[in-house]
Design a protein around this ligand. Structure first.
Ligand SMILES: CC(C)(COP(=O)(O)OP(=O)(O)OC[C@H]1O[C@@H](n2cnc3c(N)ncnc32)[C@H](O)[C@@H]1OP(=O)(O)O)[C@@H](O)C(=O)NCCC(=O)NCCS
Length: 188
């Protein structure tokens, strides 16, 4: 499997998944600084300066050309042209991907995360040819586990105290979907 410059943006019914721009900063500050949004993700609560620093990195995360790279896309709500979240796809190793997502609180509970994640799964399985895509969730992140279940992921492992997370040991849940399972989800 060779790396690919991904064709962007990716359009869905209500969303546009696109590379970040510097003028996304105000929208990003709104959720990178929200303790509820970052509780179960590896980032700290970020102020404007820290969000700007991370945004500069995101500007470069637009392709998957080598193992270890993350594609990080802004989720732009077509109706308001606001960035309401972000979705991530990592090319972890040969045929293996990992997905991640974070959405601003006012835009949770409306199916946007599922819509964006499905587009990233389509990219991973149908375009890039991944064999397996995983997602790692901190135990207790019910919204994320529910979303993964809705998408058709299986929980395959529970790593007790698998990570030192924000100052304490935390249990990780490993979810995954195989290419065959994706085909079943998309044909039934
Ligand atoms: C994890 C996260 C992305 C899930 O977002 P979400 O908005 O709950 O997920 P969805 O887009 O699938 O929305 C589903 C909810 O919207 C509801 N919904 C409303 N309208 C809908 C529609 N048109 N289509 C689908 N679902 C809709 C569903 O009933 C569902 O509600 P429920 O979870 O109470 O059953 C979000 O909680 C988040 O950003 N958390 C903080 C960051 C984080 O922890 N990321 C994961 C790290 S592993």
């Amino acid at each position: 499997m060779t790396g690919l410059a991904v064709e962007l943006p990716i359009g869905t019914e209500r969303l546009l998944l696109r590379p970040h721009r510097m003028d996304d900063l105000d929208d990003l500050v709104a959720f990178h600084g929200d303790p509820d949004v970052v509780r179960h993700v590896p980032w700290p609560v970020r102020d404007r300066a820290a969000t700007e620093e991370t945004l500069r990195v995101k500007l470069t995360q637009t392709e998957l050309l080598a193992h270890g790279q993350w594609l990080v896309l802004a989720v732009d709500l077509r109706s308001t042209r606001t960035v309401i979240g972000e979705v991530l796809l990592k090319w972890a190793s040969e045929g293996q991907g990992e997905i991640g997502f974070a959405f601003a609180r006012p835009h949770q509970g409306q199916g946007y995360a599922a819509e964006a994640a499905r587009a990233m799964l389509r990219l991973g399985f149908d375009v890039l040819g991944f064999h397996r895509i995983a997602a790692v969730v901190i135990d207790g992140n019910e919204a994320s586990a529910r979303l993964l279940g809705r998408l058709g992921f299986r929980q395959e492992a529970r790593l007790v105290d698998g990570v030192h997370f924000k100052g304490a040991w935390a249990t990780q849940l490993v979810f995954a979907m195989l290419e065959d399972e994706w085909r079943q989800v998309t044909t039934t």
